[in-house]
Write a protein that binds this ligand. Structure first.
Ligand SMILES: NC(=O)c1ccc[n+]([C@@H]2O[C@H](COP(=O)([O-])OP(=O)(O)OC[C@H]3O[C@@H](n4cnc5c(N)ncnc54)[C@H](O)[C@@H]3O)[C@@H](O)[C@H]2O)c1
Length: 351
């Protein structure tokens, strides 16, 4: 936890929020702001007016203010916060506009499309003294939390690995198909964040090669191998592909952590397992029992919203979600060599 460098919102009224983005995920965020007793939905924005009105009609939001212009919505309704659930190319413009107008921002991943954009967003949050948080909804998975607890029992860690292999053929209309780096920007970023969540370590440097298999059905490279050096001299190795038929992993990958007291494995879905070093006699932590998925809700969004609201109220936020660490991730940035047999990307977080 860190001390706040952002303004909190006092009073006992619900926090007033505007959702920006009415594509696939936008309506799920709208439902969360409606369902939470701590928030009030005061407007919904999307550049695509037809889509926005259709989605609002589906959700029976006859009186909710709708608009195509965020500035106008901010002027008219002065929300406490904005949820940025636009396509990633618009994240920088929407987030900085909201921050500069005095609204806190809860953004979908990825924070930004480049380190330059990310730094600019963090600077905008600092200048405005407003909270900027990235929602990482997988952090709240009960089995991930159990894996984290199990990994903590291993003592000092030397290595963490994550394999992610899915044949992802469904997103044909999505912005994902237009990205130069669909795997790294849209999917692997969840798993990179999970590596931090599970170990509590932060990245120090990374070597990454992304590449397109000869049969790659994405416009950009959908396979990658990355080796991160993390704090505590931990190595985190990621291997993944979105064009891999056969022996598929879960959508949260397949994991192994090696520590001084044994090894823990997790299939990304069910309970983790552990095998001890001689004399250690470890047991794996059990996932908390899962409530049945609520209809029309997206896993983890309510938890992320709850954490965001708590931070805005108290001025205390989990360090891993705070703006400073968003900027510290050596996230995929576009300007490495164009598509070819392999893209090499030795880098440090300061790239
Ligand atoms: N956490 C998760 O598990 C998860 C799942 C799906 C999507 N996402 C993230 O959510 C975000 C949105 O994804 P999606 O699948 O809903 O995308 P989408 O393409 O279906 O919808 C994006 C919407 O943003 C709108 N938009 C684009 N530029 C805009 C602008 N400047 N101002 C206002 N609206 C604008 C588009 O018109 C579109 O309606 C992405 O960042 C994505 O990575 C996260």
């Amino acid at each position: 936890m860190t001390d706040a460098h952002f303004e909190t919102v006092g009073g006992d009224r619900p926090l007033r929020g505007v959702v920006v983005g009415a594509g696939f995920l936008g309506p799920y965020w709208v439902r969360e702001l409606q369902a939470s007793p701590d928030t009030e939905l005061v407007g919904w924005v999307d550049v695509d007016d037809e889509r926005l009105r259709a989605r609002a009609a589906e959700l029976k939001l006859a009186t909710l203010p709708l608009g195509t212009d965020l500035d106008e919505m901010l002027t008219a309704h002065a929300p406490d916060f904005v949820v940025n659930v636009t396509a990633p190319l618009a994240h920088h413009a929407i987030t900085t506009a909201a921050l500069r107008r005095g609204a806190a921002v809860l953004s979908e991943k990825p924070l930004a499309m480049s380190m330059a954009e990310a730094r600019d967003m963090v600077a905008a949050a600092d200048a405005a003294q407003r909270l900027l948080m990235v929602s990482q909804n997988r952090r709240y998975m009960p089995s991930l939390l159990a894996f984290r607890e199990t990994v903590a029992r291993l003592g000092t860690l030397s290595s963490l690995t994550c394999d992610f292999y899915i044949a992802h053929r469904k997103d044909h209309d999505s912005f994902v198909t237009t990205l130069d780096e669909p795997l790294l920007f849209d999917m692997a970023i969840h798993l990179f964040d999970a590596a931090r969540a599970v170990t509590g370590a932060d990245p120090v440097s990374v070597y990454c090669e992304s590449y397109a298999a000869p049969w790659d059905w994405f416009a950009g490279a959908s396979s990658a191998n990355a080796l991160f050096q993390m704090t505590g001299d931990l190595r985190f190795a990621f291997s993944g592909s979105w064009c891999a038929d056969g022996f598929q992993t879960s959508w949260t990958g397949r994991w192994r952590a090696i520590g001084e007291r044994g090894s823990a494995v997790w299939d990304g879905l069910r309970a983790p397992r552990v095998q001890s070093a001689p004399g250690a006699a470890l047991e794996a932590a059990r996932p908390a029992s899962v409530q049945r998925r609520r209809r029309n809700r997206f896993a983890g969004l309510a938890d992320a919203l709850g954490e965001f609201v708590a931070a805005l109220r108290t001025g205390v936020c989990h360090r891993a979600n705070a703006t400073t660490t968003c900027a510290a991730w050596p996230c995929a940035t576009p300007p490495w060599p164009p598509r070819g047999p392999g893209r090499q990307r030795p880098s440090s977080p300061e790239r």
